[in-house]
Design a binder for this molecule. Sequence first.
Ligand code: UDP
Ligand code: MG
Length: 315
Amino acid sequence: MTATACGRQAWRQLIRSTASNLRQQQPLQPRFAFSRQISSTTRSLPSRTATRSPFSLLRQQPFAQRSYSSQGQPPPPRGSNNQVKFWPFLIVIALGSGGYILLVNRRKEMPPTTDQSTPAFSPADVTVLFVLGGPGAGKGTQCARLVRDYHFTHLSAGDLLRAEQDRPGSQYGQLIKDCIKNGAIVPMEVTVALLEKAMREAGSSKFLIDGFPRKMDQALKFEEVVCPARLVLFYDCPEAVMEQRLLERGKTSGRADDNAESIRKRFRTFIETSMPVVDHYETENRVVKVDATPTPDQVYAETQAKLKKVLGDKL
Ligand code: UDP
Ligand code: MG
């Protein structure tokens, strides 16, 4: 057999196998809805093409793709693409509506809004003193004396949070509990809202806000929406002294955070988060600093003397 004969035979073989492959092919599947209209002019093509030569078959390929007919053809291929096309829209609409409903419900659950352009109380009518100092510095003890002698209303942020935590049905109960145990700061919206509510209920004109603000965002928010503070009374105390006092208090206080581990975390939060608040007010000359190391009587004497200098004898 010559090389040409061999080539011819191989060529024929190739043609034959191509033809049989094409015959076995399924009719092409319609991909677009409008294909049915197109197909009315070409619907007989598949049956014709089946008997033609492989070459004509190959030439007919582009037309074969248009042979989508609803008449005399297999029913529209499975999964009817007409319907499938709507799913993405349905999904987008469902997701959009779901998201909107979630958002509306979220807003309903927010604590009472504190978003207002002017503070709820004017500093001309109401005097607010922030009382700050590390945990165990003695803020509560000194506040009690100021209340006794000068008729301040004492609001302890920690006490308000503990009361909210124990209030049946409170949606913040667990969050507050976790924060207190870990010496972390409760989100300011909760604390600011509790303080504003307590101030309204007290109806007083002189407030000691004890243990607040412990973070810059709280300070700014409170002064923006509730009342600008007159000054910060800061009790300065070494960590070792505070730790000793807290461990002693822990024997009877029943507080979940008066234990060695929580105390350590509270110290860290105080240094990292609360001291910048004191520093901020110091730059504004609004801090009255008192050494909190001596006995409560001595600390109180210094407190009175320093406050009187700034606020006058009647405080
Ligand atoms: N706390 C808070 N935000 C505040 C005040 C208190 O999150 O503005 C939380 C914080 O977890 C803190 C705990 O309440 O450690 C106890 O605060 P409290 O003022 O009673 O502690 P103290 O300084 O008197 O030991
Ligand atoms: Mg306290």
